[in-house]
Design a protein around this ligand. Structure first.
Ligand SMILES: *Cc1c(COP(=O)(O)O)cnc(C)c1O
Length: 398
């Protein structure tokens, strides 16, 4: 239960998820088996890829995606400075170097293809594109660039299940789902994501070679699963790679199938709430509302705004907290974390400015439009009375 009157996110669960979990418990088979296989098939069909491979988290998926792209010591992986730390950590775990790219603008806090191009060196091997908030990156330009320079393109689609790319060009990309554009893509089913199973993730790809590598490394490099042996496939197994235990399990797969069936209607509800936020907040000249001008069909994982300064940001956050409304920051700039001191000198001024000024407001399918209206009223009052600018005469009293 939440301490907040209006929490940032909430599970969209009901008795259907409960029933799915109970059925698996009654089946007496918990580790990866038929539910995982069916969930993978349904997810692949939904995203439109040849393969979907369930794993224990998006971080595991990123690790395997980077391994499948043969990233190793000395390699460079270009990735956004505004991102959850998982991609950067997995890059370092492989002995490679995360090269942090600045965001395109405060209004479009995703990779800028021209900036990515300027960071390519002979050591660059891959680019990680993160679809911030569920809004797709400029994938047409990124794909052209990666093909031309022979780089792997990995989508971090943790925010974007159900998002659809829109392209005005005749590039065959119009209408493609997030997770079907790059060489390999990673989804998260963490508790606060659009499709949640508590912990969990999925890797999608059209490439058979990547799928083979990932299936092998997901389970110790072994050639069979316990489920195969249970089904009567006797005999031993070989170990053909140095893998991990990144497996998914039956209870979470069963919950994931229910969540997948609800995903599009839940994303639609998020879209409606975002349009209320946008309508009420776009009147303020002191706020930037990111992605207002972009036309991809977002999964609307989070709703963020950019205040006119760090003080203004803090004032809004405090005012909302006083009213029982939870907020967050997506994300601190990766270059500013202690563990990334080697990246501290990265030239990412827009990312640093964005991190200092962005606020994430509550968004989940169970949020009420009246709650969004209340939050917007609080935001507008706070931003109008904050210290980053001369207060207007009419806001001095508040
Ligand atoms: C949540 C998240 C991850 C990590 O997902 P896990 O499933 O928790 O490992 C990675 N990247 C982004 C952008 C995320 O939001």
């Amino acid at each position: 239960m939440s301490e907040w009157r209006i929490p940032l996110s909430d599970l969209a669960f009901d008795e259907r998820e409960e029933r799915a979990a109970v059925q698996v418990i009654r089946s007496r088979w918990l580790s990866a088996g038929p539910e995982v296989a069916v969930f993978e098939g349904e997810f692949a069909r939904f995203v439109g890829t040849r393969h979907a491979i369930a794993v224990s988290s998006a971080t595991a998926a990123l690790h395997l995606a980077l391994l499948a792209a043969e990233i190793g010591p000395g390699d460079e992986v270009i990735q956004p400075a505004i991102n959850f730390v998982a991609a950067a950590n997995m890059t370092v775990a492989l002995g490679a170097r995360p090269v942090l790219a600045d965001i395109g603008s405060l209004a479009e806090p995703t990779l800028d293809p021209a900036t990515v191009a300027s960071l390519i060196t002979p050591r660059t091997r891959a680019v990680v594109a993160m679809h911030y908030g569920g809004h797709l990156c400029r994938m047409g330009d990124l794909l052209d660039l990666c093909r031309e320079r022979r780089l792997a393109l990995i989508e971090d689609a943790a925010h974007a299940p159900g998002a659809r790319y829109r392209s005005a060009r005749a590039d065959g990309l119009d209408g493609r789902m997030a997770g079907s554009l790059g060489d390999v893509s990673c989804f998260s089913f963490f508790a606060n994501k659009n499709l949640s199973t508590g912990e969990g993730g999925m890797l999608t790809t059209d490439r058979d070679d990547i799928a083979d590598t990932v299936r092998n490394l997901r389970s110790h490099g072994m050639t069979t699963l316990s489920w195969d042996r249970r089904r009567g496939r006797t005999g031993g197994y070989d170990v053909t790679g140095h893998g991990f235990n990144y497996r998914f399990d039956e209870i979470r797969a069963a919950i994931g199938r229910v969540q997948l069936a609800k995903l599009e209607s839940n994303n639609e509800r998020r879209r409606e709430l975002v349009s209320v936020y946008r309508q009420l907040l776009s009147s303020s000249p002191r706020l930037i509302l990111p992605f207002l001008e972009r036309s991809s069909e977002s999964a609307h994982h989070i709703f963020t705004l950019v205040a006119d300064g760090p003080e203004s940001r803090d004032h809004v956050v405090r005012s909302l907290a006083d009213a029982g409304v939870q907020t967050s920051q997506h994300y601190p700039c990766v270059a500013d974390f202690s563990a990334f001191a080697e990246s501290a000198a990265a030239s990412v001024p827009l990312s640093r400015d964005y991190a200092a000024r962005t606020i994430t407001l509550p968004l989940h399918p169970g949020l009420k439009a009246s709650e969004v209206e209340e939050i917007c009223g609080l935001v507008l009052r706070a931003v109008d009375s904050s210290g980053d600018h001369e207060p207007r005469a009419d806001s001095r009293r508040s």
